[in-house]
Design a protein around this ligand. Structure first.
Ligand code: OAD
Length: 251
């Protein structure tokens, strides 16, 4: 007899076959099986680091202190990680013309490494450093983080990673891109997000208002279920379940 999860995977595969405009909203959990730590939960970053280090006001007051924490992020697992089956599954859906694009809260660049092309980085990315006042931008890989904080050669300011700190606005282009995708979606895949950080947490509702069906993949909780807008919850790790979905869709 088929277990409940197997039946749900079959249902999800059928919903994907029927869909013509899939959009994915992803969070830290999509990269968990690549070895990237999530923020919340037992092994989460917020257990090790004080989230206030990533407040923009604290960075401006003491960039060195923030960078001492950030160096661990840049030089630790985040620098070397590889995409997993979930990133690859979403990239393949796009190649096949099914998926319009991805809205991600992640800064790890793994969707792009897997081959996804339309990726709106709602919280920015680790790839760039930016001078907060003058706006000059540089590729992070060109800076030696042995000397902290990295300094803008043009303005002399301490450079900040170009991801969104607490207290900063979401990049306008990412908001526009996300809205444009979500209003066109007929199926939204919500993968690996706790859904507690605003305004990303509002995005599934936008898709639902536009008539999209919603599948959420998460081993522990389902934010869209709590909102009462969920059509299916695949309860399990994204990499493993996406590998199983791939087998169903492309045997
Ligand atoms: P969280 O760390 O808050 O949540 C991660 C979610 O992934 C949880 O719901 C886990 O249950 C789930 N999860 C864990 N392992 C998984 C797996 N193998 N497959 C699928 N899901 C899994 O991460 P986000 O929701 O992305 O913002 O956090 C949102 C924002 O909070 C981040 O972008 C960051 C942080 O503050 C900024 O830095 C601006």
């Amino acid at each position: 007899m088929m277990d409940e999860l197997e039946q749900d995977i079959d249902k999800a595969a059928e919903m994907l076959r029927q869909a013509k405009a899939v959009v994915a909203l992803t969070g830290a959990g999509v990269s968990a099986e690549s070895g990237v730590p999530t923020f919340r939960g037992k092994e989460g970053l917020w257990e090790k680091f004080d989230p206030s280090t990533l407040e923009i006001g604290n960075f401006m007051k003491n960039p060195l202190r923030t960078w001492q924490v950030l160096r661990a992020l840049f030089e630790g697992s985040l620098g070397q990680v590889r995409p997993n089956a979930a990133h690859e599954f979403l990239a393949r859906l796009e190649t096949q013309g099914k998926l319009l694009g991805i809205v991600t809260q992640n800064i790890d660049g793994l969707h792009q490494k897997a081959g996804s092309r339309v990726v709106h980085e709602f919280h920015g990315s680790m790839e760039w450093l930016v001078a907060p006042r003058s706006g000059h931008r540089y590729l992070a890989k060109d800076f030696d983080l042995g000397q902290l904080p990295p300094i803008c050669p043009k303005s002399g300011e301490a450079l900040k990673p170009d991801f969104v700190f607490f207290g900063e606005a979401i990049p306008a282009a990412a908001i526009r891109g996300a809205q444009e995708l979500l209003t066109r979606a007929d199926l939204l895949l919500v993968v690996g997000t706790a859904g507690v950080v605003w305004p990303a947490s509002e995005l599934p509702r936008l898709a639902k208002l536009g008539g999209a069906r919603i599948i959420e993949i998460n081993p522990e909780s389902a934010m869209t279920r709590e909102l009462g807008i969920n059509d299916l919850w695949l309860r399990g790790p994204a990499g493993e379940l996406c590998a199983r979905l791939s087998e169903k869709l492309w045997p």
